[in-house]
Design a protein around this ligand. Structure first.
Ligand SMILES: Cc1cc2nc3c(=O)[nH]c(=O)nc-3n(C[C@H](O)[C@H](O)[C@H](O)COP(=O)(O)O)c2cc1C
Length: 170
């Protein structure tokens, strides 16, 4: 299978750490990790399958590098691609904005003829509201390194297995 592009933005390193675990779970040779900082839309065009990972900052906002990069997410760069999302957040401190960032990315790309893969049930988390909610699901994988770091590896393991199935890999 062609390589997957895993695009991430991270302020204190949690999203990078999760990105590395996701890459390793797929197999390091299957995934290119791309820090969105300073990148252009051409990077996105190289891949048929994208994994977009962001943390949430500023009470419901995108991570800073993502906020600069998000305008590169256009129909021209994304049409026909598979897209998955993961988001780092803090359920306890920001229960009304949990992992909003990945919801903002989803809202940005959903109209562009993409196939969204990797949605997850929200019952595994405790929060009041999230921009990433879609009925009883979240638009992607939420991770909480502030309160549940012990769950991260298992969540990623399960999610990558789900993604492989949805993408028809293996
Ligand atoms: C000032 C500040 C604002 C934050 N705002 C949110 C938020 O609105 N929602 C949320 O779920 N997490 C929020 N967080 C938690 C971060 O998203 C979380 O710590 C994440 O793991 C950071 O990942 P990063 O190091 O990759 O940027 C906030 C953290 C700080 C310090």
């Amino acid at each position: 299978m062609a390589k997957i592009g895993l695009f991430y933005g991270s302020t204190t390193g949690n999203t990078v750490k999760a990105a590395e675990l996701i890459r390793n779970e797929f197999g390091a040779d299957m995934v290119d990790m791309v820090d969105v900082g300073g990148k252009s839309a051409d990077e996105l065009k190289k891949y048929d399958t994208l994994i977009l990972g962001t943390s949430t900052w500023h009470w419901g906002g995108l991570q800073d590098e993502w906020a600069l990069f998000e305008d590169n997410l256009t129909g021209d760069t994304l049409e026909g691609k598979n897209v998955a999302f993961f988001g780092l957040g803090d359920q306890k401190r920001y229960p009304d904005h949990f992992a909003d960032g990945m919801g903002l990315l989803y809202e940005k790309v959903k109209a562009f003829g993409v196939k969204v893969v990797g949605m997850c049930p929200k019952r595994d988390y405790k929060f009041e509201a999230s921009a990433a909610e879609l009925g009883d699901r979240l638009v992607g994988l939420a991770l909480d390194e502030d309160n549940e770091p012990q769950k991260t590896a298992e969540r990623i393991n399960k999610w990558v297995r789900q993604l492989k199935k949805e993408l028809g890999v293996e």
